[in-house]
Design a binder for this molecule. Structure first.
Ligand code: NAI
Length: 321
């Protein structure tokens, strides 16, 4: 017990906690002492209807196990109401796991505006609204742990999921900036890319895989990122089947497409000739901040100004127009 990671005194909001992954996050947090707001609208997997049952069942289960929890039936789109539930019941909010989700799978040609909007509302806008409503409380207490739920469907694309993929990558962008803005107040924001057996993936994943993808195998990874001892901020973690890894973007070395600072245009043919170098990832590196990207650009410009292009001698081969 002494070595256990505990959440005593912490208040957690888990959205979409009436089923699947969210349920496991809520159960684990409560079992370690957190007071949990079990948010769930209780609709279908495509976002129709509503029911109080989904959240109630999980709250009852937590209470039966000796934990503390309260149900919240609002849509995440009404993030202020979700956060209000936490404040009214427990007076604070320390942890948000933005997890609620729906699917409206259609190929790009067939996505209706409604399918697009609803998927974006629940995933992207919902995560924004809940996070923004909790922000003043987290800032004041100088503490917060926030999780955004992305997906490999966003990271790599997946046939029939353009609306979902776009919303899920939107969450990566949201997390990147929330992590930066929260850092000085000890508010961390990280991203989970899960693959789990749930009603969302039933019938999509092959049976053998489905059986191995228990949501409870991901919950400890996500809940660890919500602990005060976890320093991680702005990180994307992929996890499934009792496996987890960090994922990040990389940028190639690139190449300069003009020969001097005076040259103010680049021909299409120069781009065509240089394309192999533009897309070469053999020396790819991860950049930690936007400043590193602009810093590199300034270096390139400096070298062009000096005319000392030894690192970029390829520009001379491609010529200008
Ligand atoms: P699930 O369908 O079992 O659970 C989602 C829950 O969110 C449901 O209980 C649903 O009622 C609730 N919900 C839906 N709209 C809501 C709203 N507007 N407000 C409040 N609650 C709402 O799905 P699962 O698999 O547990 O997914 C959880 C999250 O993980 C989702 O964001 C999903 O996109 C993401 N994800 C899941 C993957 C998987 O393999 N299961 C893969 C990648 C991402």
């Amino acid at each position: 017990m002494a070595d256990q990671l505990r959440f005593d005194g912490r208040v957690a909001i888990v959205t979409g906690a009436g089923a699947g992954l969210g349920r496991e996050y809520a159960m684990l947090l409560a079992s370690r002492g957190a007071k949990v707001v079990v948010n769930d609208l209780g609709g279908t997997h495509s976002g129709e209807g509503a029911s109080t049952r989904a959240a109630d069942v999980v709250v009852n289960e937590i209470k039966a196990n000796g934990g503390e929890a309260v149900a919240d039936y609002n849509s995440v789109v009404d993030g202020d109401k979700v956060v209000d539930t936490a404040i009214k019941a427990y007076g604070r909010v320390d942890i948000i796991i933005n997890n609620a989700g729906i699917l409206r799978d259609r190929s790009i040609a067939k996505i209706s505006e409604q399918d697009w909007n609803l998927v974006h509302d629940v995933h992207l806008k919902g995560s924004f609204k809940v996070t923004q409503a909790a922000w003043p409380y987290m800032k004041k207490q100088n503490y917060g742990r926030i999780i955004m739920t992305s997906s490999n469907s966003g990271m790599y694309g997946n046939f029939g999921q353009a609306n979902y993929s776009a919303a899920k990558m939107g969450l990566v962008g949201l997390a990147n900036t929330v992590a930066i803005e929260g850092a000085k107040n000890n508010i961390h924001c990280n991203v989970i890319l899960p693959t789990a057996a749930s009603r969302m993936t039933e019938g999509i994943l092959p049976d053998m895989l489905f059986n191995e993808l228990k949501p409870k195998l991901i919950a400890p990874v996500v809940v660890y990122m919500c602990h005060e001892s976890c320093d991680e901020n702005g990180t994307y973690i992929e996890s499934a089947a009792g496996w987890a890894t960090k994922v990040h973007s990389v940028r190639g070395k690139g190449t300069v497409l003009r020969t001097s600072i005076e040259q103010d245009s680049i021909s299409l043919e120069a781009v065509q000739k240089a394309w192999g170098k533009v897309t070469d990832m053999s020396e790819a590196k991860h950049l930690n901040a936007i400043g590193e990207a602009s810093g590199y650009l300034l270096e390139v410009l400096e070298k062009l100004k000096e005319g000392g292009l030894s690192d970029f001698e390829d520009v001379f081969k491609f010529g200008s127009k």
